[in-house]
Design a protein around this ligand. Structure first.
Ligand code: DMJ
Length: 644
């Protein structure tokens, strides 16, 4: 209908005067307010009320945690907005409190050897109170967010049985014997932990006692949680049952200690998640969701980039003292994605996914020098703090989680894929080098200047580039496979050039060095897995027997130099034929090193790579096949309804 403007009649075409229109609008807005107000008096069960009011019933101001780039607050602490605790009950107005960050003096904490990302633990605090979030309590507890997770549906969506046709038992006797040897090493490491350090975090095999450390915020039993899946896949069922029972009865999550968000995530969250997916035991699901919720306050920063350290009791978080200008570490906040996506899956709570997608969004948008991702980022401004780039410590598992996010999403997460391949391109252009002796290595980059060093931690990248080769967009699959093989070869060289046949913490390619450590402080080996991890992936991808051979050399070296009377220990100098032990059996030795060795000597159908993705602590997490899961859950719902 075309409205014609008549003389003396207002443009509305309704034939009303301005004053009449005003009265009419007043009446209309009064009516709307009245109707909306009436909703509050309806009983909770009325659908209309739930539709209009549910979201805001318990308003939580999640300052920073949900903020995205547009909400970025300048670096001035005055601008850091504090999150709010939500009062119980509906319609309680949130109080907005502004609190500048408080920087405390650095405290001396023990040297950490457990992380690619962290070499020192002396956190200086920058407090920001935990923000309340109306969605923190998950469906696993409240049943508010979607239907309960269906383990049955998950099992149906796997392409193959998790443990293979025959637990991955290899048919040739030599490989079988080697696999049995690795299993014996696991049992030996476990038995000694159990005997001398049960319930503590790690075993000190020389002094025959336990170690608690300060990475896990008062949580105990790191070796137990880290070992659950390894024991299970090796068929050490009695030991697995002991471990499960300990989790059930003794894993106390009510802790008030200061934890590394990264370490708790990769070891505890990762360990419990994979134990749940492999066994279906509800206790693991319950514990992991509860623990996941305790980590959420770390994201309450102006950008939503979490800080490195969190008090699991109060939710207060702060940055590592050694990280320049209160920055967060790329390999720490970039290594949460896999676990947090699964936390949302299991709990039905989308908050976990939102937190990591926010990190992704920021990293995708931010300008990158030469396409590279520096290792330090301010959680306040969302800007890079220093231009140090490394595929080893501080950066490493961020890249790993990009490609694995893509694989774990059943290859639907295109953003992760794109970011991964552009990062690889930038790394290849700027960091990948060939030594005079023909060894390919990945150097580090400090504001445009190359540091010709590769850390043991960086040796995981052979395996990573290998699994990434398949989906390389420009059809350069073989190129990436070759690069992966060359890097793995270089890392093997770092082992074979030492007296012990174990590799140093870092090796160099300058001043005449070729894959050897030049500094005393780089000569140690602490039972790390990365080189063996790459052998395992390269074996699966190529079936070149040299990878099994190299793995076996590592077993022999571990047995000869690291096995002591009461467990396995790291060594201080890989070039000394008379070794000095560091008296520590790291939990990742049980979780990663021995697991990767066991898989190396197993058939490929034990944890097949088209169904499982390993987190950075070697905990297998299943590929999420959304449509399939939905279909099977629907079928289950229908069956349920038919029964009723
Ligand atoms: C493990 O905890 C993980 O692999 C982490 O990503 C890096 N450091 C150790 C093993 O070296």
């Amino acid at each position: 209908m075309v409205l014609r403007k008549l003389p003396g009649v207002s443009a509305s075409g309704m034939g009303l005067r301005l004053s009449q229109k005003f009265v009419f609008l007043l009446f209309l807005s009064g009516l709307v307010t009245l109707c909306f107000g009436a909703l509050f008096f309806l009983p909770d069960t009325v659908r209309l009320k739930r539709i209009f009011l549910s979201k805001n019933e318990n308003p939580a101001v999640t300052v920073g945690s949900d903020s995205v780039l547009s909400k970025k607050v300048p670096g001035d602490p005055e601008h850091q907005r504090a999150g709010l605790k939500v009062s119980e009950g509906a319609n309680v107005k949130p109080k907005v409190s502004r609190k500048p960050s408080v920087t405390h003096g650095a405290r001396t904490v023990e040297r950490s050897v457990g992380s690619r990302a962290q070499d020192e633990r002396s956190p200086a605090r920058a407090h920001e109170p935990a923000a309340g979030d109306e969605r923190v309590t998950s469906a696993a507890h409240s049943g508010e967010h979607g239907r309960a997770y269906s383990y049955e549906a998950f099992k149906k969506c796997l392409l193959k049985p998790a443990l293979g046709k025959n637990q991955g038992t290899p048919s040739d006797s030599e490989t079988l014997q080697r696999r049995e040897k690795v299993k014996e090493m696991m049992k030996f490491a476990w038995d000694n932990y159990k005997r001398y350090a049960w319930g503590q975090n790690e075993l000190r095999p020389l002094t025959r006692n336990g170690h608690i450390g300060n990475m896990f915020g008062g949580l105990r039993g790191a070796s137990i949680v880290d070992s659950l899946d390894t024991l299970y896949i090796m068929g050490l069922m009695e030991e697995y049952e002991e471990a499960k029972e300990w989790v059930q009865n003794n894993l106390d999550l009510i802790s008030n200690g200061e934890a590394s968000l990264f370490e708790v995530n990769i070891r505890y969250v990762g360990g419990l998640l994979s134990a749940y997916y492999l066994t279906g035991a509800e206790i693991f699901k319950q514990k992991v969701v509860e623990l996941g919720e305790k980590l959420l306050p770390a994201f309450n920063t102006p950008t939503g980039i979490p800080r490195g350290v969190i008090n699991l009791g109060s939710g207060t978080s702060w940055s590592w003292g050694w990280a320049s200008a209160g920055s967060s570490i790329l390999a720490e906040f970039g290594t949460l994605h896999l676990e947090f996506i699964h936390l949302s899956q299991l709990s039905g709570n989308p908050l976990f996914t939102e937190k990591v997608m926010n990190i992704r969004k920021l990293l995708n948008k931010i300008e990158k020098p030469h396409g590279l991702y520096p290792n330090f980022l301010s959680p306040v401004s969302g800007n890079w703090v220093q231009h140090h780039v490394s595929i080893g410590g501080l950066g490493d598992s961020f890249y790993e989680y990009l490609i694995k996010s893509f694989l774990m999403s059943d290859k639907t997460d295109q953003e992760a894929k794109k970011m991964y391949y552009s990062a690889m391109e930038a790394i290849e252009t700027n960091l990948v080098q060939k030594s005079p002796g023909g060894l390919t290595y990945v150097a580090e980059w400090r504001g445009g200047i190359l540091d010709h060093k590769m850390g043991h931690l960086a040796c995981f990248s052979g395996g990573m580039m290998g699994i990434g080769a398949e989906d390389e967009p420009a059809g350069h699959k073989q190129h990436y496979l070759d690069l992966a093989a060359e890097i793995t070869h270089t890392c093997h060289e770092s082992y074979s050039r030492s007296a012990t046949k174990l590799g140093p913490e870092a090796f160099r390619f300058d001043a005449g060095a070729e894959a050897t450590a030049t500094r005393m402080s780089d000569r140690y080996y602490i039972l790390r897995p990365e080189v063996i991890e790459s052998y395992m992936y390269m074996w699966r991808l190529t079936h070149d027997p040299k990878y099994r051979q190299w793995g076996w050399e590592a077993v022999e070296a571990l047995e000869k130099h690291c096995r002591v009377d009461a467990g396995f220990s790291g060594i201080r100098d890989v070039y000394a034929s008379t070794v000095s032990h560091d008296n520590m059996q790291q939990s990742f030795f049980l979780s990663e090193t021995l697991k990767y060795l066991y898989l190396l000597f197993s058939d490929d159908d034990l944890l097949p790579l088209d169904d499982w993705v390993f987190n950075t602590e070697a905990h297998p997490l299943p590929v999420i096949r959304k449509r399939c899961l939905q279909e099977h859950s629907n079928t289950q719902d229908d069956e349920q309804t038919n029964l009723e």
